[in-house]
Design a protein around this ligand. Structure first.
Ligand SMILES: Nc1ncnc2c1ncn2[C@@H]1O[C@H](COP(=O)(O)OP(=O)(O)O)[C@@H](O)[C@H]1O
Ligand SMILES: O=P(O)(O)OC[C@H]1O[C@](O)(COP(=O)(O)O)[C@@H](O)[C@@H]1O
Length: 348
């Protein structure tokens, strides 16, 4: 690592889909920077703000009492313009105009690719903070926002279960995570769902309507009158949960209802674990900047702050827990449960 240059002013932005805890990480960045007498300038609406020179100074008073709110007070955006070849030079001009010595990017893998794009022209330190509900970033055990999204999905699944159980219905609950099944797997386990359709599993062995019908019928045989709740990750079924519910209802001749959780998973009060994670990673990011780190993401692995090259965060793959999949698919699958082994009577 090169000798750290003196950091007088840090730029910060939130980019891509907002995630619960982004405000908490922004607060941590501002408070940690101020602790070291570093100025902070925020660019609003992610990379769009860099291109539009849309900025604001950040003081302690701006981040007081924001950690309990989701969204992001400095706004986020997806910026198509920033992907263009001339965008980094335009952004670098704005950064230099504001005498920014280092940039902290709070976002997901796309935002980190954007940081690489910017780094081709602007060579000062850029440090990433993993903010996405999808948890699909290598280099941190959990991303900021993931725990809250799982909590929200679990809460919804519990509520759905009440009606499903009262009326012996089948429900298909669609959760977020376009390319990664972390939210699907965790919420399915937390809520005891009978089935889950996740991107990683669909790639291995895609489920068919026939297989699903058979499973539902078998579960009903084993359990008698009962509910059946399925967690479906978005983009994993043509026509989504609505179409799948129609297909199942046609075959089963019993009420099958879809429920799309959508963006409610990105809002609400961040859980304590997300607020703490965001706070620790925010402080760690400022420390990394001060140490001269460049093109790395601040993360936490096994409770220790770590730094991972930004390119690794999307090029390397963080897999789903095989142990959790096994538990869900075998032990807790109502029709695959092995008969209980008889326990020998204790000798008198
Ligand atoms: N390959 C890329 N090159 C340049 N900029 C990119 C690239 N991929 C993403 N970005 C920028 O990062 C923004 C956020 O990425 P996106 O994938 O939408 O969200 P996330 O960061 O949450 O994954 C994009 O809107 C775009 O401005
Ligand atoms: O809010 P949008 O733009 O419709 O995007 C929805 C997507 O954003 C997410 O909530 C978060 O994804 P990113 O972190 O990549 O932005 C995905 O789970 C979902 O597929």
């Amino acid at each position: 690592m090169p000798a750290p240059a003196k950091i007088g002013r840090i730029g910060v932005l939130t980019s891509g889909g907002d995630a619960p805890g982004m405000n908490a990480s922004l607060r941590a960045v501002v408070l940690a920077a101020k602790h070291h007498s570093i100025d902070v300038v925020a660019f609003r609406h992610g990379y769009e703000g860099l291109l539009n020179d849309d900025w604001q100074h950040m003081n302690e008073s701006d981040v007081l009492h924001i950690l309990q709110y989701s969204g992001t007070i400095i706004k986020s955006a997806r910026s198509e313009r920033f992907r263009e070849a001339d965008a980094p030079a335009a952004a670098a001009q704005v950064l230099d105009k504001h005498q920014i010595d280092a940039l902290i990017v709070i976002g997901g893998d796309g935002s980190f690719r954007g940081a690489g794009h910017l780094g081709s022209v602007w060579q000062k330190p850029i440090v990433g903070i993993p903010g996405t509900i999808d948890n699909d970033l290598y280099g941190t055990d959990a991303t900021i926002g993931y725990a809250t999204a799982v909590e929200t999905a679990m809460d919804a699944l519990d509520k759905i279960r009440d009606t499903a159980e009262a009326m012996d219905r089948v429900f298909i609950v669609e959760v977020m995570g376009r390319h990664a099944g972390f939210i699907g797997l965790s919420s399915a386990m937390a809520a005891g769902a009978e089935r889950m359709i996740l991107p990683e599993l669909q790639k291995q062995k895609p489920l068919t309507v026939e297989a699903l019908v058979k499973h539902i019928e078998n579960v009903q045989k084993v359990r008698g009158d009962s509910s059946y709740v399925m967690v479906l990750s978005e983009n994993q079924w043509p026509g989504g949960a609505v179409r799948l519910a129609e297909q199942l209802e046609d075959r089963l001749h019993l009420p099958c209802r879809p429920c799309l959780l959508g963006h409610i998973q990105r809002g609400g009060r961040p859980t304590a674990s997300d607020r703490i994670l965001a706070t620790r990673i925010g402080v760690h990011a400022v420390n990394l900047v001060m140490a001269g780190a460049n093109q790395v993401m601040a993360g936490i692995i096994a409770d220790q702050p770590v730094a991972t090259p930004l390119a690794d965060t999307w090029q390397q793959r963080k897999g789903l827990s095989e142990e959790m999949i096994q538990i869900q698919q075998t032990l807790f699958n109502p029709v695959k449960r092995t008969a209980p082994t008889s326990v020998a009577e204790p000798q008198a």
